[in-house]
Design a binder for this molecule. Structure first.
Ligand code: NAD
Length: 479
């Protein structure tokens, strides 16, 4: 069902996903100073690896098709998720790899872009079969030197998670005995396997930080006819997977009202707000999002995203907002949680309506940002906070004691705990992510102002092209 919906919407675009990314790139390249050759080099996919390998499933041998695309080698390692879906094809992997290059540049993560995918529906396989497929894919990557802490570092994406990353890390480590940095060959691992706290929710949290920052700019909110601040903003989220669920959770925690939720089997809407956890529990127990008490049912989930709201977060798959439905979208702020959820036509229609689109390559960069932190942790072989948490707490205690002595007043127990607290790994990860999302937001906003643009995607591309272009210029051309 998931695949049918996506394929149908993708067919409606007149060009491929990768061509769509190229069109957006070309639009922005006009505002940069780079010569044609450099721009062509930035745009091109540097290396494309298509693999077919056999796996025994039950009593039959199945030939599995898979890909890994390294879009840019201007910084190494390359970085990008691995997707398991029947929609995986070379063009899609190329487009997603290209977006990774621009995404890393925007959030100042020193990696080139890459992406991988296996053309399977993971729901058709047992965990044992998925492990066999994943391990074989990982060993194919090792064979061709397409994976390694200094070469190319995959991560989870649609249809994969910490479990698959753990299998990949173990396969890599077995094939590279004694490689001390082996755990840095993949990110998004479970904590016990070298993962970092905060990675699971990182993309959704980054989506929240990015949208919240936009809502905090009074001038921009006034232009949209909205009040500043995230509090009370009505939000619809499409896709209750890793990105969508966590984004919705942080929006709710931040004071926004979740009014609509869409999944592949349909969607629910309640203008007064939905209790996210209750909807998730309802879906788990009944097997469907439909029928949630007090909410209006939409048998077609795509109808929910057209309902009244301030903020729409498409966090499922690409091309879901296109020439056919864009005019009916009511949201003033569209935050791209998924990669490529809007076609270029949808972009134009929504911009003409005065909406602001916060582009995927900035907004969902929280995952790769925290993946970068995980990679740093793996290379340094020490948990963030391990060296300084206690030191900070001791220092905070003596500052409190000095203040109490000087003022003759005592802080309460709650205040003492808050003031004393030294940073845990998750505190540092959240803080690094928040700083990154805020810093990059203003880099893009500055580019919008400089070039007098209403289109944030073009501004984000300008920021990315400028950084990647300078890297290529400074590297020179190898003879
Ligand atoms: P996921 O597999 O965890 O979740 C996707 C969810 O979307 C699933 O719950 C699925 O049932 C739902 N879905 C599928 N088709 C739908 C439809 N037609 N309508 C509504 N819901 C539908 O995947 P994810 O990791 O959350 O990734 C989602 C998107 O975010 C992808 O585009 C991915 O490339 C992008 N992304 C993910 C990360 C990450 O860290 N996981 C980082 C950056 C970007």
């Amino acid at each position: 069902m998931v695949e049918t919906a996506t394929a149908k919407t993708a067919q409606k675009a007149h060009y491929s996903f990768f061509q769509g990314v190229e069109r957006n790139f070309d639009k922005a390249a006009k505002y940069t100073r780079f010569e044609k050759g450099i721009l062509e080099q930035i745009k091109a996919c540097n290396a494309i690896y298509q693999i077919k390998f056999p796996v025994r499933i039950g009593d039959k041998i199945e030939v599995i098709e898979a890909f890994r695309v390294q879009h840019s080698h201007h910084k190494l390692p390359c970085k990008g998720g691995i997707r398991y879906s029947m929609d995986v094809n070379q063009d899609e992997v190329m487009a997603l790899a290209a977006l990774m290059t621009y995404k890393c540049a925007i959030v100042n993560v020193p990696f080139g872009g890459a992406k991988g995918g296996i053309t399977i529906n993971p729901k058709n396989y047992t965990p044992f079969e998925l492990e066999k497929i994943t391990r074989r894919y990982a060993s194919e990557l090792v064979k061709k030197n397409f994976i390694g802490p200094g070469i190319d570092v995959p991560a989870p994406d649609y249809g994969t998670g910490a479990r698959e990353m753990s299998w990949i890390a173990d396969t890599y480590a077995s094939l590279k005995p004694g490689e001390v940095d082996a755990l840095g060959c993949v990110t998004g691992k479970p904590i016990a396997q070298g993962g970092v706290r905060g990675r699971t929710e990182a993309t959704g949290l980054g989506v929240f930080y990015g949208v919240r920052e936009m809502c905090n700019v009074a001038e921009d909110m006034q232009a949209l006819g909205l009040t500043p601040g995230i509090k009370g903003k009505k939000v619809i989220v499409q896709g209750l997977g890793n990105v969508g669920y966590h984004a919705a959770k942080f929006f709710a925690q931040g004071g926004a009202v979740i009014v609509g939720l869409a999944e592949y089997e349909g969607g629910v809407y309640n203008a007064n707000g939905l209790d996210l956890e209750a909807v998730v529990a309802h879906r788990k127990s009944t097997g469907s999002i439909l029928g949630f008490p007090g909410a209006t049912d939409f048998k077609n989930g795509f109808d929910v995203i057209e309902q009244e709201c301030d903020i729409l977060i498409p966090a499922a798959l690409e091309n879901v907002i296109n020439a056919d439905n864009a005019a009916r979208i009511k949201a003033k702020i569209i935050g791209e949680g998924a990669n490529g959820p809007l076609t270029p036509e949808a972009d134009e229609i929504l911009l003409a309506k005065g909406a602001i689109i916060i582009p995927d390559m900035y907004l969902n960069a929280g995952g790769v940002t925290v993946s970068y932190f995980e990679w740093l942790k793996n290379l340094s072989h020490v948990r963030f906070g391990r060296m300084d948490k206690r030191f900070s707490e001791n220092q905070n205690s003596s500052i409190i004691a000095t203040l109490e002595e000087m003022t003759g007043k005592k802080v309460s127990d709650i205040e003492r705990r808050q003031l004393q607290h030294g940073p845990d790994e998750v505190d540092l990860v959240y803080s690094g992510l928040e700083d990154t999302m805020i810093g990059s937001f203003y880099e893009i906003r500055d580019a919008m102002k400089e070039h007098n643009l209403k289109d944030m995607r073009t501004a984000a591309f300008i920021v990315a092209i400028n950084k990647v272009g300078v890297a290529y210029e400074e590297l020179g051309i190898f003879p």
